[in-house]
Write a protein that binds this ligand. Sequence first.
Ligand code: ACO
Length: 402
Amino acid sequence: VIDIAPLFKETGAFTYDPGFTSTASCESAITYIDGDEGILLHRGYPIDQLAEHGDFLETCYLLLYGELPTKGQKEDFDNRVTRHTMVHEQMVNFFRGFRRDAHPMAVMCGVVGALSAFYHDSTDISDPHQRMIASIRLIAKMPTIAAMAYKYHIGQPFVYPRNDLSYAANFLRMCFAVPAEEYEVNPVLARAMERIFILHADHEQNASTSTVRLAGSSGANPFACIAAGIACLWGPAHGGANEAALNMLSEIGTVDRIPEFIARAKDKNDPFRLMGFGHRVYKNYDPRAKIMQRTTHEVLGELGIKDDPLLDVAMELEKIALTDDYFIEKKLYPNIDFYSGITLKALGFPTTMFTVLFAVARTVGWIAQWKEMIEDPLQKIGRPRQLYTGATERDYVPIAKR
Ligand code: ACO
């Protein structure tokens, strides 16, 4: 029997909501989602308009400051970010401490957490100036760290940032350029990368953002909080789903094997799930998935990839799942990860980098939500309660008598 009387006495109310399916953890003015209608707005602006017309740093500005920047504000913001793209040269040694075959997300957790050891002049969270510098540093350095994790993983020398390029173009160059060889960034691919970043920039109180807020609620510095968010994002039920979705498409392999996997997804005795399908909030088409689907086709068209077997499997799987009673009844639609994996693969990234790219994009969402929380006068440490189901009080038994 669970006794909730003490909890009720303290608070006058008690809710038990595993997975927080119906509990708001905060007030926020950043991102709005209507999961039934498939709507996603950042500061009121629809995601499709931001992805279509803007660039990633504009979305960053919007998430951080609440308004779209004027031309002057945009130039100033872009300059501030690009001034901070380098990482401390000593961090190179830090990378070298990792095994080459380490998963790049393991490297990201460690290196981003270590930023607080290199940039202590922006860890005083009570100082608004330091908070802003930390935010800019994180947005600026994440692509550099991600690209370094990639280069280290494949055994190539690091490529330093080029600040005359856009956020996405610079990132592609840091990942794919090889020193002493010419590398021209393809503008169609850079635009696709930019769009992937915009689509992943924020998504209100998802698991990793809630982790960042919870870590930040104790007063931890922003670099440590973002490292906590990266760790949470890694899981296959969250950011790891794009890697898992592509691995699943490879495992299915050919269109004729799809029914077998659909049957497994429906079988309650089989833990298998169709990766890239379903969402806690969207019970309709994920609006980001629609834009991602279009971007996938643009990238494949630009690269002249006509007959990608993975894409054939993905298209057929989507078709079958959207007409299958099980998926209709449970409102399981393809989510953004279903398409982002195919696009990232076409761009040249190995699957192990997929969640890293998600982390690069989501950093601005995490930091905007962290700032909003720190600046809220009602902010207090997040401290959930529990339903205790353990033993009742009993006396200690000496080891000889157990
Ligand atoms: N394949 C098969 N069945 C599924 C799937 C799926 N992908 N997703 C949910 N279901 C079923 C569940 O078995 C459950 O069935 P039941 O009611 O008979 O028990 C029902 O749908 C509801 O599922 P829950 O797990 O309770 O839903 P929840 O909201 O907790 O989970 C989640 C959402 C984690 C995204 C889930 O749909 C899933 O695991 N999807 C696959 C992983 C994935 O794509 N994650 C990416 C999420 S988006 C993002 O992070 C950017």
